[in-house]
Design a protein around this ligand. Structure first.
Ligand SMILES: [Zn+2]
Length: 221
């Protein structure tokens, strides 16, 4: 199953991605996590992307396509993958289609988690990340005064530099501006699953499962 998980920052991609990994036994390729790991390790790629990310801008297409192509050729991605955080523009989607075609592969479905701008801003402004396991937690400003440690590994949680309020609004607007046309692009390919991302985590999960099962049945006919 070759999937794209698509949604604005704060739409719930991380949560649903964990569920898809366990259900379909395929790896998530979260381009944001790959870029942040490179940045923390201070690699040449990390230095290159640092400037773009700090300003809430997009990393150049050819850099992203190259990272994904290398990742897709690793053994664990041979039965499928979940792309998270890419593509973000129609140009990237076209480049991705071409790259997949050269690898003899194609997308099965594009899952779009639809959440309003207002809800996204509320969710992201209260978001804290664990540097060890990448888990994400939400705290109100009052709770954040006495920030707990990660329950899984006791690491100190932090707020990503791109999760502070002005940059949050900027990231959401960049997402909406560049990626709205992607909805049309994948719709025209009959690959889009447009999901209400404001339902509960369990409801979103059930909706995704139902829709992917329906696609599998159609594909098997
Ligand atoms: Zn942790």
């Amino acid at each position: 199953m070759n999937l794209i998980l698509f949604g604005a920052p704060g739409a719930g991609k991380g949560t649903q991605s964990g569920f898809l990994i366990n259900t379909y036994h395929i790896p998530a390729i979260a381009t944001g996590d790959i870029l942040r790991a490179q940045r923390r390790a201070g690699t040449p790629l990390g230095e290159k992307v640092k400037g773009y990310m700090d300003r809430g801008e997009l990393v150049p297409d050819e850099v992203m396509i190259d990272i994904i192509r290398q990742r897709l050729q690793q053994p664990d991605a041979q039965n499928g993958f979940i792309l998270d955080g890419f593509p973000r523009t129609v140009a990237q989607a076209q480049a991705l289609d071409e790259m997949l075609a050269r690898l003899g592969r194609q997308l099965d479905a594009v899952i779009y988690l639809r959440v309003s701008r207002q809800v996204l801003i509320e969710r992201l402004s209260n978001r804290y990340t664990c540097p060890t396991c990448n888990s994400v937690y939400h705290f109100t400003p009052e709770q954040a005064h006495n920030l707990p440690r990660c329950p899984k590994d006791s690491s100190e949680l932090y707020q990503r530099t791109d999760d502070t309020s002005e940059i949050v609004a900027r990231r959401i607007d960049v997402f909406l501006k560049h990626t709205a046309p992607l909805i049309d692009y994948y719709s025209a390919q009959a690959k889009l699953e447009n999901i209400d991302g404001q339902m509960s985590v369990e409801e979103v999960r059930a909706d995704i499962t139902r829709r992917l099962a329906a696609r599998k049945r159609v594909g098997a006919r």
